[in-house]
Each structure stands twice: as C-alpha cells, then as structure tokens.
Design a protein around this ligand. Structure first.
Ligand code: HEM
Length: 179
C-alpha cells in the first residue's frame, strides 16, 4: 500500500482546522460579547488543535499540489486555493498570538472572524477542486466513470446528454496534464 497516496492525506486532515478554528473564533466572539472568561481554556485548546491541523493541511496540500493529475484550468484554481490558504492561515496565526497577549479584545475577535470567513472560502475552493475539476481523481478513473454513466448526465432529475453540457459549471473543456 502506498504510504502517501495522492488522494488521501489532505482530505483526511482538513477537517481539524476547519472545525477547530471556526469553533475557537466563535468562542472568542461569545467571550467578548458577554464579557466572560468562561470559555477561555476551551478556546485556547481549540486554537492549538486548529493551528496544528492547519499546519498539517498546508503540508499535505503542498504535497498533493505537486502530485495530482489536473487540467490547466484546475491548476489556476488550485493555485488560488493554495494562496488563499496561506494568507488565511497567516492571519489566523497572527490572531492566535495577538489574543494570547490581549485576551478579551474586540479587535482581535473581529480579526479572528475575518480569518474564519477566509477559512470557509478556502474550504469552498478546495471542494470546487475535487467536485468541479476532479483534482485527485486519476484520468483513468474519470474515463471509467464516464463509461459507467454511459455518456449520460442527470440534471434536476432529468436525463441529459453529457456532450450537450453535462457540467453545471458550464466550464470550458479542460485540457489535462500529468504532474
Ligand atoms: C488550512 C488550509 C487548507 C484547508 C482548510 C483546505 C481545504 C481543502 C478542502 C475542503 C478540500 C476539498 C477536499 C474534499 O472535498 O475531499 C481541499 C482540496 C485540495 N487542496 Fe486544500 N486546504 C488547505 C490548504 C491547501 C494548500 C496550502 C494547498 C496547496 C496547494 C492545498 C491543495 C489542495 C489540493 C491539491 C486539493 C485537491 C484534493 C487533494 O488532492 O487532496 N490545500 N482542500
């Protein structure tokens, strides 16, 4: 079995930063809103889990970036996902250090919310890579699935001809290359 297959590590670790950092920022907002330190310990633990998870997500993402088969259009989307992820993780690291020095700061909680929204954007773009550009799916698997679908697409419950525009994104034909 391949130790680091091209499709598995990144999707396995991304849930840690997504869940932990969104919860950590939410608890910080609750704390400054209600002027309480009740959730401070829980929030600190979530920040640790989230930032360690973000480190793992960036590392595995960069590995996948250099390994997965993808089209030229998908390459642009993948680079956008990477760049936004690096900026957002940077913002969240600064927020974590800042909140450590200035607990209960409204400004810090606000910057955390901006980072959390950015993180949602990173997740959205990551999902697009997989579900709109089939990144991580080997070309032979795409071809096999096309065969299984018999060249038909199902849109809104109706059968349509894939050649007549089966992709709901209406994206142009993607030319692919292997890494
Ligand atoms: C905190 C940082 C990151 C988060 C939260 C994140 C999130 C995601 C999500 C949600 C997906 C879709 C996975 C799925 O639906 O199965 C994805 C896919 C992907 N991401 Fe990220 N990502 C992060 C950082 C990065 C970085 C820095 C890169 C480097 C280019 C990267 C490259 C990829 C690639 C290539 C895919 C396609 C699936 C794969 O090959 O694993 N990601 N990401």
């Amino acid at each position: 079995m391949e130790l680091c297959p091209q499709h598995s590590w990144h999707p396995m670790v991304i849930h840690f930063p997504l869940v932990a950092l969104l919860l950590a920022v939410s608890l910080d907002v609750v704390e400054v809103w209600f002027s309480t330190a009740r959730w401070r310990g829980t929030a600190a633990l979530l920040w640790w889990v989230g930032l360690l998870g973000a480190g793992a997500a960036v590392t595995t993402g960069l590995i996948a970036y250099n390994r997965v088969e993808h089209s030229e259009l998908a390459h642009v989307q993948m680079t956008l996902h990477r760049n936004l992820a690096l900026v957002v993780v940077g913002v969240l690291v600064v927020t974590a250090l800042w909140r450590w020095r200035h607990p209960s700061s409204r400004l810090v909680a606000g910057v955390g919310v901006v980072g959390a929204i950015g993180l949602l954007g990173v997740g959205y773009l990551g999902g697009n890579l997989v579900f709109r550009h089939a990144i991580g799916v080997p070309t032979e698997v795409i071809e096999r699935v096309m065969m299984e679908r018999g060249g038909h697409s199902h849109q809104g419950g109706a059968h349509g001809d894939a050649a007549a525009g089966g992709d709901s994104t209406n994206s142009p034909m993607e030319r692919g290359h292997r890494p």
